[in-house]
Structures are given as structure tokens and as C-alpha cells.
Design a protein around this ligand. Structure first.
Ligand SMILES: C[S@@+](CC[C@H](N)C(=O)[O-])C[C@H]1O[C@@H](n2cnc3c(N)ncnc32)[C@H](O)[C@@H]1O
Length: 347
């Protein structure tokens, strides 16, 4: 066959973003691939996407581009229509076994999700069921550290399945939903954001010495930094949780961050999780940047206040980069709500 006659390459993926942000994930895909055919699998967060690019090239483009809103992708290599969940799962298991990938010595993770209205069983029940159907394979089923991820997505009218390397899914968590166990006495859900940022950006918070936490109350981020062994200066006009006040490595400044003065290069980590307008946050952070040593790290959440997040993020990044901060990553973490998180280094 001559090259001109070759069939155009195509690939299909299930793409997931945080609730209400699927449209922005789609915009990221459009920027990468031009026109993108997509349909909604789960309202405002999960899309079935068909691309005019072969699967390998598509995965490379998506992972290399480090998207902000596209949280998770899973390949669709098998699809079957129907409404009998048992039959659909058996068919998906047949595809997985037929691939020959789940051989002896292989670690495989099963990730099963379903859209609203699909079947009566919960996703964990469907996963157990699938594992039962895959007993014939010789692979070891694991929840972390897998060689292959088997992804199955069940809808009211069919099933989609694919097998991929964990690094090709943008996140090795099912649907990119990073779940941490809530600890007893945990001061705020916000703590999960910093935990996830540490993991997502490949940081080791215990490698820092001294942090300033701007907008620290009630103290989730501060408590994590203290647990990691840092000296922490927490700034907030609101009250920190009383359990923190006796911590020897904590300095608590109960003020608005615009009223305080620090020495130059006092900190090697600056974190800021103020629920404030991005413009004011940028003003405040840039005013305090002299206190962050060159080479120091900044982790900052940006509230997405209005309907044009792409433009807003661009504007905020431009202002911060004009102030000796270089953006390493920007990401809407699973634990971010109407916001994204920036990881930056001061030069
Ligand atoms: C979302 S909460 C922070 C939660 C915190 N990261 C945690 O883990 O518990 C936002 C905080 O920013 C504080 N804040 C808002 N404006 C501020 C300012 N100008 N200076 C200092 N703190 C401010 C608020 O008082 C509020 O406690």
C-alpha cells in the first residue's frame, strides 16, 4: 500500500478532569490535537475522546504537555455495547486475558469506574467481580507499583477497557482521584492539597529548613510542614488551631500578611493558600518574595474567580515570573476545588 493510501491513525481515550472543569481539559486537548471529537460519559468530569492521532503519539503529546486540567487519561482499546453489566464485564475480562499482558511475574492494578446510572453495583464491587473473572491470569493484582493498569469504565449502555503503563495515564490513581486517609485530629481538608502537591510535583518537604505559610489558619498546611520537621512561620489574622500553638518549631504571626516585614532570604519555602483574589495574592506574595532565598520553592494556590481560567492563569504566571519566580508546574490537583496549584522556584 502506498503511504497516501494508509488509513489515518486514530485513538480513543477516556479523559477525566475535576468536576466542572472538563471543558477546560477539552480545550487543552484541542490545543494539542486540533479538532477533538468528544462525548460526555459523566456530567462535567469524564469525556470519551476520539483523536486523529495514533495512541502512542497521543499519549506522548498528552504527557509531555503537562496539562493543568486534564487529570487522568485511560486508553480505550476495547468497547462493547449492552446493558447487562455481567456480560459486559465478562467481555472486558476476555479482552484483558486475550491481550496476553497479564503473565506470571507481572503486577497489574485493576481500576474500575462507572458513570452515574450504570448498573446496581458499586465500582469497588465491579472491581472485585472483574478480579474474579481474571483469576485465570497469572499476574499479581496490586493497588500500587503496577507494571500495567487495567482500566474499565462501565456506562448504562456499554463498557470501555484498556491496558496501559501507569506513567501513560497522567496519574496512577484510578481516574486521578488521589485519596488520602483522613487522620484523627486533622485540622483541615486543605492539608490534602499540600500532601498531593508534594507527591504530584515530586517534592520532599522534609528537605526544606524553614517555611513561611501565608494564610495558614486553621493550620492543615502548617501542621504538615511541622510534621516534616521544618521551622514554620504561620501568618494569618484568623486563629490557628490551639493544638498547634504549643509546637516548638512554630512562630505564629496573627496579622494580615500585608502588615508584616521579614528579613531577606529568611525562608527556603514559601507556601500560600489564601482564598483571595489572584491579583491581591500576587501583590502580597511578590511583596514578601525578598524573604525567600534564591533557589527556594514557592507553592501557591490560585483561586479561579471568573469564567476564563486559562487567561487568568496566564496573567498570574506572567506577573509571578516577572518577580523572579519560575513556574515549574501548574496543576489543578484532585484536592483543588475552584483553584489550581503552582509550584515555582525563585531564581
Ligand atoms: C483556605 S484558608 C487556608 C487553609 C490552610 N492552608 C490550612 O491548611 O488550614 C485561607 C486563609 O487565608 C487567610 N487570609 C486571607 N487573607 C489573608 C491575608 N491578607 N493575610 C494573611 N492571611 C490571609 C484567611 O484568614 C484564611 O484563614
Amino acid at each position: 500500500m502506498e503511504a497516501a493510501d494508509a488509513l489515518p491513525e486514530e485513538s480513543t481515550f477516556i479523559c477525566t478532569a475535576n468536576r466542572d472543569f472538563a471543558a477546560y481539559a477539552q480545550e487543552e486537548l484541542r490545543r494539542l490535537f486540533g479538532s477533538v471529537k468528544s462525548s460526555v460519559l459523566s456530567d462535567r468530569e469524564v469525556l470519551l475522546v476520539k483523536l486523529n492521532t495514533g495512541a502512542e503519539e497521543a499519549v506522548r503529546k498528552m504527557t509531555d504537555s503537562r496539562p493543568i486540567f486534564l487529570r487522568h487519561v485511560q486508553p480505550v482499546q476495547f468497547e462493547r455495547e449492552g446493558d447487562n453489566v455481567g456480560e459486559l464485564l465478562s467481555a472486558a475480562a476476555g479482552f484483558v486475558l486475550g491481550s496476553g499482558l497479564l503473565a506470571a511475574g507481572i503486577k497489574a492494578a485493576l481500576q474500575v469506574r462507572k458513570s452515574e446510572g450504570a448498573g446496581g453495583d458499586s465500582a469497588p464491587q465491579l472491581k472485585e467481580w472483574l478480579e474474579e473473572l481474571l483469576r485465570g491470569s497469572e499476574a499479581e493484582f496490586v493497588s500500587a507499583g503496577a507494571d500495567w493498569i487495567v482500566s474499565v469504565y462501565v456506562t448504562p449502555s456499554g463498557v470501555y477497557a484498556g491496558i496501559s503503563r501507569p506513567e501513560d495515564n497522567l496519574s496512577d490513581w484510578s481516574g486521578g482521584a488521589v485519596r488520602f486517609r483522613r487522620e484523627e485530629g486533622q485540622l483541615s481538608r486543605a492539608k490534602f492539597k499540600l500532601l498531593e502537591a508534594e507527591r504530584e510535583f515530586g517534592l520532599d518537604l522534609s528537605a526544606y529548613r524553614s517555611a513561611v505559610d501565608i494564610g495558614a489558619a486553621p493550620g492543615g498546611w502548617t501542621s504538615l510542614l511541622l510534621e516534616r520537621g521544618l521551622k514554620v512561620t504561620a501568618v494569618d489574622p484568623a486563629k490557628l488551631h490551639p493544638s498547634l500553638l504549643k509546637m516548638p518549631n512554630l512562630t505564629y504571626i496573627r496579622k494580615n500578611a500585608s502588615e508584616i516585614k521579614f528579613r531577606d532570604n529568611e525562608f527556603d519555602l514559601l507556601v500560600c493558600d489564601m482564598s483571595w483574589s489572584p491579583k491581591l495574592m500576587v501583590q502580597l506574595v511578590t511583596g514578601l518574595l525578598h524573604a525567600l532565598a534564591p533557589g527556594g520553592t514557592a507553592i501557591i494556590t490560585i483561586k479561579l474567580m471568573h469564567k476564563k481560567p486559562m487567561a487568568l492563569i496566564k496573567e498570574v504566571i506572567a506577573s509571578l515570573e516577572g518577580s523572579r519566580l519560575q513556574v515549574q508546574r501548574s496543576k489543578q490537583l484532585f484536592h483543588n476545588r475552584e483553584e489550581i496549584t503552582l509550584y515555582m522556584i525563585k531564581y
